[in-house]
Design a protein around this ligand. Structure first.
Ligand code: XLS
Ligand code: NI
Ligand code: NI
Length: 438
């Protein structure tokens, strides 16, 4: 195992809130028990291969700044294998058990499909070996169906059926790789599955094409015996103006419309939720209410920038709200908290990878503890319950049975007169929530 990439950085210790060591956890103690489970089990942190190993930290106005002394910048297999070594050294030192990757993050595309497949298989062998040696596990895999110029008009939704074939081949091989590596899930983020103008787009046809690819994936998954879950990751825009998987509600509708509902869960990302004009907790709640909340891409946007900035999540109110939802659903089963997050362009030294993950992990550890404290305190839960008390009366349950008519309801309105209402107490509840953010 390589020891060279981060020679001055030890395994990051937990030192507690009093520590002044920037390379230590102040709040994330993997073994601390919260609501009967260890923090590591609750949070199930995963590291994104693409941001950690492949993101050069460029922006639309300037070149990449990331210093990656281990990377020779080539598309060789040797370089790809070296990155795997470095990645697993990073996972070990930061203390993250899980990871996620796209096919093209880990292995270079070859001159043709056969060579591409061989490249991927070669790197997957190495990933597999490193997983075994280092006790690390794959949370989910995915195929990059958005970077290559052939996907300019979409992948599954391309106007050219030959492009669909390439996309399908990538999904097949990425599912194989995920299966071989024992991944708990497989993600579809429809990077180019959307459009910029209806002047050149048959939206009806394109949505059907996307459903066909997803059905092929379900069929293939069953034939190879992949036990993991399939996820869709909603996002409203970027790169296209209108993405077909715009938000959780759109995805659920899509799945129902095309008879895929039982086969997919959702992977909800904070920055995508906010780009869609929602809050993260709204998106999580929509997915959870449908029993389809699978996993989380943990990051956050920048309120003064209107794009997918993929920042590390550091907002304690946000992490608390997220962990409330996760605890409410009884914890992750096949999902986890994947840091789909990158350092700022100015944070270009290798050590910044550690600072970034430490800050995100500590923020989620605090969110977990605050969420557990809110649940234990019970006042918020009690208020919510009490607010709907009238629906628990005899009349309420008759209405909920769904068997009453408009005429019957009118009679009740006539008899009971003007109902008495109580305040929603938003500000009181906000203050109560804030009591737990310390
Ligand atoms: C991009 C997406 C992407 C997916 C995986 O905005 O978040 O990173 O998580 O393809
Ligand atoms: Ni994501
Ligand atoms: Ni994203």
């Amino acid at each position: 195992m390589s020891q060279d990439a981060f020679p001055d950085i030890p395994v990051i210790p937990f030192e507690g809130p009093g520590s002044r060591n920037a390379l230590a956890f102040k709040h994330y103690d993997a073994t601390e028990i919260v609501e009967g489970r260890s923090m590591a089990e609750h949070l199930r942190f995963a590291c994104a291969y693409w941001h950690t190993m492949r993101n050069p930290l460029s922006d639309p106005f300037g070149a990449g700044t990331a210093r990656m002394p281990w990377d020779d910048g080539s598309d060789s297999i040797d370089n790809a294998l070296r990155r795997v070594e470095v990645f697993f050294e990073f996972l070990r030192k930061i203390g993250i058990e899980w990871y996620c990757f796209h096919d093209r993050d880990v292995a270079p595309e070859g001159a043709d499909v056969e060579e591409t497949n061989r490249n991927l298989e070669r790197v997957v062998e190495s990933l597999s070996q490193h997983q075994r040696d280092g006790g690390r596990r794959l949370l989910w895999g995915t195929a990059c169906l958005f970077s290559h110029p052939r996907y300019v008009h979409g992948a599954a939704t391309s106007c050219e059926v030959g492009v669909f074939a390439h996309a399908a081949s990538q999904v097949r091989r990425a599912l194989d790789a995920t299966n071989t590596l024992g991944g708990l899930g497989y993600v579809f983020w429809g990077g180019r599955e959307g459009y910029s103008t209806l002047l050149n787009t048959d939206m009806h046809r394109e949505r059907e094409q996307l459903a066909i690819l997803l059905h092929m994936a379900v069929d293939y998954k069953n034939r190879i015996g992949f036990q993991g879950d399939l996820f869709i990751e909603p996002k409203p825009m970027e790169p296209t103006s209108h993405q077909y998987d715009a938000d959780a509600a759109a995805c659920l509708n899509f799945l129902r419309e095309f008879d895929l509902f039982d086969e997919f869960k959702l992977n909800i990302e904070t920055n995508h939720a906010t780009l869609a004009g929602h809050t993260m907790e709204h998106e999580l709640s929509v997915a959870a209410a449908a029993g389809r909340l699978g996993s989380i891409d943990a990051n956050m946007g920048n309120p003064v920038l209107g794009w997918d900035t993929d920042q590390f999540p550091i907002d304690l109110a946000l992490t608390t709200r997220i962990m409330l939802q996760v605890l409410e659903m009884g914890g992750f089963t096949s999902g986890g908290l994947n840091f789909d997050a990158k350092r700022r362009r100015e944070s270009f030294e290798p050590v910044d990878l550690f600072h970034a993950h430490i800050s995100g992990m500590d923020a989620f550890a605090r969110g977990l503890k605050s969420a557990a404290a809110i649940r234990e305190d019970g006042r918020l839960g009690h208020f919510l319950h009490a607010r709907y008390a009238s629906w628990e009366t005899e009349l309420g349950s008759r209405v909920r049975s769904g068997r009453m008519t408009l005429e019957e309801m009118e009679m009740i309105a006539c008899q009971s007169g003007e109902p008495e209402l109580a305040s929603g107490r938003q500000e009181m509840l906000e203050a109560l929530f804030n009591e737990f953010l310390s």
